[in-house]
Design a protein around this ligand. Sequence first.
Ligand code: UDP
Ligand code: MG
Length: 327
Amino acid sequence: MDKKVYLSIVVPIYNEEENLPILYKKIKDVLENLFNQERYKDKTYEIIFVNDGSKDKSWQIIKELAEKDPHVIGINFRRNFGQTAAMAAGFDKAQGEIIVTMDGDLQNDPEDIPKLLEKIDEGYDVVSGWRKDRKDAFLSRTLPSRIANWLISKTTGVYLHDYGCSLKAYRSEVAKSLDSYGEMHRFLPALAKIVGANITEIPVKHHPRIYGKSKYGISRTFKVILDLLWVKFLIDYRNKPLRVFGGFGFLFLVIGFLTLFYLACEKICLGHSIGNRPLLMFGMLSFLTGINLISTGIIAEIIIRTYYESQGKKPYVIKGVIQKKNE
Ligand code: UDP
Ligand code: MG
């Protein structure tokens, strides 16, 4: 009998030639040990390396690994699409019930994988690693990321110490239902909230990068903040754009209407000339802006519906169904 894939490890790779062979061996040791255990006896695992347009020998190494180890799957991008896209490709390919993501630079430790799985067994849908003792430069990396984590937690309502840690485990149906793009991989736990996932975190080990260099700098912090606004919108308003636009639109409409009404009263009752009043300009602009925003809301609402319907997407996510069979 063929064993069922239980665990899929997804590793985005961009210029990690020195790290790959060591990382592969470490993951392999941990997983071979784990899947020798009785409870995993009819289950197996896969390791998906996604080569994100590396310019070094990474793909060659992945190819060799995949040729000699049937557990290894290599995906090769045509060019560099970024870590988020690489993770999404891994999710699409993954056959396991559980998906674990990690970095390819040995900063995450494969020894933590069993701990993530234990938490999943407790019933969580997403388990996020927390690099409690982070081994990166304080001023340029650790400090900005602390501020970012605080901000992200406050904004999304999903409280995590360490959004940026790539070592995370997901139930596969949750991971596969997340639409991520741009640089949004770090927000996956917050996006998982949209589909109603149970999310937790556990401390994990972290090592300094020894080979190769980090692909990111401080500019990432700013991108993260912009993405955050978008994630906030997705969480709170994704299905109700009419409320966002319509709400503002209604406000403008009312202000504009009242202003114009006031001016009209002045003209009719007091006979004042109002043609040269700045207030007239304000009232008209406000009124028109209101109408515009409300129309935008209606169009956005139509787009949302078209989006769901054209892709056969459902506006809900089911966790399970219980049904008595008629006999
Ligand atoms: N990575 C990628 N595509 C990119 C940038 C990075 O696949 O465009 C991979 C990289 O090879 C590594 C992981 O994403 O496996 C995290 O990158 P890095 O270590 O540079 O980030 P840091 O740990 O400094 O945040
Ligand atoms: Mg790294």
